[in-house]
Design a protein around this ligand. Sequence first.
Ligand SMILES: Cc1cc2nc3c(=O)[nH]c(=O)nc-3n(C[C@H](O)[C@H](O)[C@H](O)COP(=O)(O)O)c2cc1C
Length: 243
Amino acid sequence: MKIIAINGSPRGEASNTQTILKAFLKGAAAKGAETEIVLLSKKTIHPCKGCFACWIKTPGVCIQKDDMAELTEKLRACDLLIFASPLYVDCITAQLKTFMDRMLPNVLPNFIKVDGVWRHPRRHGPPPKVGVVCNSGFPQMEHFQVVHHLFERVVKNMHAEIVMEIYRPGGEILRAKNLLLKPLILKYKKLLEKAGKEVVEQGRLSDKLREQLEADIINPDTYIKNANAYWNKQLSKLNEKKS
Ligand SMILES: Cc1cc2nc3c(=O)[nH]c(=O)nc-3n(C[C@H](O)[C@H](O)[C@H](O)COP(=O)(O)O)c2cc1C
């Protein structure tokens, strides 16, 4: 199984998204998967121009010469494509959205109806399975409502199927240096590894493991208290500098 994960965090290597992906893919690799993470923060991908040249003038190829050309080729050869992003304004980052807009050359212009819904036919072969990974600043699952619905729609357009969704509320906990939190973070990473193994072996993430992955790492009230203390400290440091 070839797995490609697209990390849409501007923090790149230092992102919470990357921490989640690395642990998940470690598990997947242990079960024989070939894995790769694409850091969009290191790529130059211009926004789609909406010219539809990729449908008519240069079928299947975008007229913009940037890193998307190489990535488009890569996507054709994967079995599982993971879209990964921090939650930004209740949705995915602009970087990941731009990447997804630029996937337009992968479909043909014609309209076809599948299960009562209009979509475009795929240009090349069968679709990969799809995974979604998202972490948020706020520590509640309800913040992922839009992302969940977004990908439910996106996979219809891709003629694909979602086989795993990993949502991490209060994701900033993953960068905590506090020694007391280390074992809790390690336990979460082990669950991610287990998820990676499960997806390779069973083809999808079980509801049981998904629920375990969504459980609080620490009490949300404590998380909020610490977050407010952190931001207040940063602000008072700034005020001290000014005075
Ligand atoms: C511009 C911006 C918008 C954000 N919007 C939200 C939001 O709507 N809801 C939320 O819970 N967190 C929001 N966050 C917080 C991030 O989701 C959070 O810091 C996350 O852990 C970052 O993950 P990363 O390290 O993978 O980039 C936002 C952060 C930024 C910078």
